[in-house]
Design a protein around this ligand. Structure first.
Ligand code: HEC
Ligand code: HEC
Ligand code: HEC
Ligand code: HEC
Length: 198
């Protein structure tokens, strides 16, 4: 009897091994599915608007060709603001953005840092600089999911556009966001330095 028990403990049967492996796969699978859908659901425009509808950025975006255009291609908030791509580095950037920006957004929203449109407007310049900085770091990669210099018909473009684009195609050095801010929202103006009282 004792020998039998000892045997079961030291030599796990194929059945128990199967059970352990099987439940491991199932748990991993469930984790993956939940994780995948959370990452996708948190990209939806409805979610972004649930907080950003009143602060002006959404209203302004609706007036731009990134919302409505003849071709009917829409760039949603996450298309421009959430890093994506095929490399592992892209995935890490996306995950980190969700972790840091996402929790910061929710935190500031919950404690009501910008509970009026005025307060949000006052902070916009700073936020815009932060967004631009992040896009520059990624070499405007999110823009390039839809736009590419190679696919541009320079003959269709205005003189200054085609000249600039040809130049960066040949020489590099500049990235889309260096020249194209204020494309989805009005570019916030730099606040004036507060006057010295005395
Ligand atoms: C729970 C409410 C909430 C949701 C949902 C939300 N935001 Fe925000 N967001 C905020 C608040 C509050 C701020 C300002 C606080 C801060 O500095 O992060 C902010 C700031 C931002 C900024 C400027 C951040 C910076 O870099 O300084 C961007 C860009 C942004 N949100 C985009 C999005 C996008 C895109 C989505 C949807 C994927 C989204 N937000 C969903 C509340 C929210
Ligand atoms: C999901 C696809 C998509 C993404 C992402 C995207 N765009 Fe666009 N962009 C478009 C479409 C579609 C138009 C409108 C074309 C038309 O008028 O038919 C457009 C128009 C433009 C225009 C000309 C109109 C204007 O508003 O001046 C510029 C400049 C531009 N995009 C720059 C950018 C930059 C910079 C980024 C990254 C921050 C970006 N786009 C991200 C699809 C996209
Ligand atoms: C050195 C500055 C510069 C850079 C960098 C630059 N552009 Fe432009 N772009 C311009 C100018 C100037 C125009 C014409 C005025 C305007 O629409 O803002 C233009 C126009 C455009 C247009 C509208 C074209 C039309 O005729 O409808 C699109 C789309 C665009 N750029 C996309 C991009 C994308 C995508 C990148 C990055 C790959 C980029 N640009 C990089 C300067 C630049
Ligand atoms: C076509 C790309 C694009 C789309 C689509 C887009 N944004 Fe932006 N967003 C930008 C850029 C570029 C900036 C940097 C500031 C600027 O250029 O106006 C910015 C800045 C911001 C800021 C910082 C405050 C400010 O006014 O600059 C917030 C918040 C923001 N976006 C939220 C959103 C939300 C919410 C949506 C969807 C309703 C959205 N954005 C859609 C490109 C985009």
């Amino acid at each position: 009897m004792i020998k039998k028990l000892w045997g079961m403990l030291t030599r796990p049967s194929q059945l128990s091994l199967g059970v352990i492996l099987g439940s491991g796969f199932i748990a991993g699978g469930i984790f993956f599915i939940v994780f995948h859908f959370t990452m996708n659901a948190t990209n939806s425009m409805d979610l972004c608007i649930s907080c950003h509808e009143m602060d002006g950025v959404y209203e302004e975006y609706k007036q731009t060709p990134h919302y409505n255009s003849a071709s009917g291609v829409r760039a949603t908030c996450a298309d421009c603001h959430v890093p994506h791509g095929k490399t592992f580095g892209d995935w890490i950037d996306k995950f980190l953005a969700k972790l840091t920006i996402g929790t910061k957004d929710i935190f500031q929203h919950t404690i009501g840092t910008y509970d009026t449109k005025e307060k949000f407007q006052a902070a916009r310049y700073e936020m815009a600089q932060h967004v631009i900085e992040n896009m520059r770091k990624r070499d405007s990669k999110e823009c390039k999911f839809c736009h590419s210099l190679e696919a541009m018909d320079f003959a269709e473009q205005g003189k200054s556009a085609s000249r600039k684009h040809k130049r960066i195609m040949e020489k590099g050095g500049k990235t889309c966001i260096d020249c194209h801010t204020g494309i989805a929202h009005e570019e916030p103006e730099e606040p004036e330095e507060p006057e010295d009282e005395d």
